[in-house]
Design a protein around this ligand. Structure first.
Ligand code: FES
Length: 167
């Protein structure tokens, strides 16, 4: 994970307020139960990813070991522990999407953006995060998620329109 631990880095007021909201939903001695909500808040109020200093601040705030926060952040695919672009695209390529042209959709995105899976455009606009192992929208195959929103029954023309709409 990038960066180094720096105790001077604090959580913003907006992030603390959001974490505090979630903490009201759990017993007082179970602050760690809010870790997913806390990491989500850090990511959404920040630059779309989780610098290690911010994860350390979450660990301090919730009173849990730093390694436990890193484990959660690295386990769930919705969290990013490396810098990402302003928009994040995940293309499903499991069986239903693959049979319906998911490979072609992915290749079209790679060719259009000039990047491969795991890379970010040079203008930091878009990161092609990963190929997904089924996003549970098989009846809409082939599909992809853009910033968490599903786009289904994709064609290359639909993909072009979606990409052009991303600022
Ligand atoms: S295989 Fe693509 S959503 Fe299930």
């Amino acid at each position: 994970m990038p960066g180094s631990a720096d105790k001077s880095v604090r959580l913003s007021e907006a992030v603390r307020k959001e974490i505090d909201h979630w903490l009201t939903k759990f017993p007082a001695d179970r602050r760690q139960s809010a870790v997913i909500a806390a990491l989500t808040a850090v990511q959404e109020h920040g630059e779309g990813w989780l610098p290690v200093e911010q994860m350390d601040a979450v660990a301090d705030y919730l009173g849990m070991p730093k390694i436990a926060v890193y484990e959660v952040a690295s386990f769930y695919s919705l969290f990013h522990t490396e810098p990402v672009g302003r928009h994040k695209i995940s293309v499903c390529n499991n069986i239903s999407c693959m049979l319906c042209g998911g490979d072609e959709i992915l290749a079209h995105i790679e060719n259009t953006l000039g990047i491969k899976v795991g890379e970010t455009t040079s203008d930091k606009r878009i990161t092609l995060i990963r190929e997904e192992e089924c996003l549970a929208a098989c009846c809409g195959a082939p599909m992809m998620a853009v910033d968490g929103h599903y786009h289904e029954h994709l064609t290359t023309e639909k993909v072009d329109a979606i990409l052009e709409g991303l600022e």
